[in-house]
Design a protein around this ligand. Structure first.
Ligand code: NAP
Length: 276
């Protein structure tokens, strides 16, 4: 598995696992836990969750999935913007740790920007680092202006920006991804298969068929080809996990990249960062 390096030197697999929409249906719980465990065994050891997902139940499910293998897993969770203050962030973090059944998060993200000043969130995050409750922190859904403001507000240590990025959401290529790359800060691509919609794109299916691969694999391999982005597909079955894992071994030739570029062009100008 290829790895991606955070600014502090820590390396994580380029392909991780998402968990939004997990723990929503009791009858899928066993399959979801089995899928996450299979992914961990296959090297997709970065697991992304959030206090928001299933109202905390996704974190509980992740806690169950990583029990016994916690030290091999890079755990990421996110705080609501309304919890990103000096007073509330420590409590939100403790609640996430309790649900996850762990004593620390490897990465804690501000889920999106709200009304709490960024400088206050930075301070609250740094205090959690000092207290050993989180190993590092980052943000999500921040566009380039917000990122610049974050750094001015003392947020130099921000480890990542988790953003919507896939073949049909290429807006970040113009400003945000070059800005992050210039600082040596990897991005995390969420919804890398566009919540399953990319799998049904006929042009992607054609490219995949010619390669003997699946559309999801080509969509993921296209993101990983950049070399500075972590992709976190969510898969609720072992079959999808295995299929996605194989994408990390799929190298797309220049002709294939050109076909994808023609079928899914980047927007011609700057567009605001989209979010789901
Ligand atoms: P996604 O990973 O692009 O797509 C998930 C969907 O694709 C599921 O319906 C899944 O079905 C299906 N899928 C996965 N692998 C497949 C395969 N090989 N073949 C066919 N279908 C496949 O979308 P996402 O869940 O929105 O994004 C991924 C993760 O990013 C989330 O789970 C969450 O952790 C994170 N996220 C963060 C934010 C943010 O604001 N920071 C926003 C959205 C998402 P099955 O479940 O049936 O396998």
């Amino acid at each position: 598995m290829r790895s991606i390096r955070f600014p502090d030197g820590t390396e994580v697999p380029a392909l991780g696992q998402g968990t939004w929409m997990m723990a929503e249906h009791p009858n899928r719980r066993v399959d979801e836990i089995t899928a996450l465990r299979a992914g961990i065994e296959l090297g997709m050891t970065l697991v992304d969750t959030a206090e928001m997902y299933a109202d905390g139940e996704s974190e509980r499910l992740v806690g169950e999935a990583v029990a016994g293998v916690r030290n091999r897993v890079f755990l990421v969770s996110k705080a609501y913007p309304h919890n990103a203050s000096r007073d509330r962030l420590p409590r939100a973090c403790e609640a996430s740790l309790e649900r996850l059944g762990t004593d620390r998060l490897d990465l804690y993200l501000l889920h999106w920007r709200g009304s709490v000043p960024l400088a206050e969130t930075v301070d609250a995050m740094e205090r959690l680092v000092d207290a050993g409750r989180i190993m590092r922190w980052g943000v999500s859904n921040l566009d380039v202006d917000d990122m610049a403001e974050l750094v001015s507000a003392g947020g130099d240590a921000c480890a990542t920006d988790q953003i919507l990025y896939n073949l049909t959401r290429r807006g970040p290529e113009r400003d945000l991804l070059p800005w992050l790359a210039g600082r040596g800060t990897p991005a995390m691509a969420y919804s890398p298969v566009e919540q399953g919609r990319l799998v049904r794109e006929p042009m992607l299916a054609d490219v995949a068929a010619d390669l003997g691969a699946t559309p999801a694999q080509v969509a993921l391999a296209w993101i990983l080809a950049r070399g500075d982005i972590i992709a976190i597909p969510k898969a609720g079955s072992v079959a999808h996990v295995r299929e996605n894992r194989a994408a990390a071994e799929l190298v797309l030739a220049p002709e294939t990249m050109a076909r994808l570029d023609a079928a899914f062009p980047a927007p011609p100008g700057s567009v605001p960062l989209e979010m789901l």
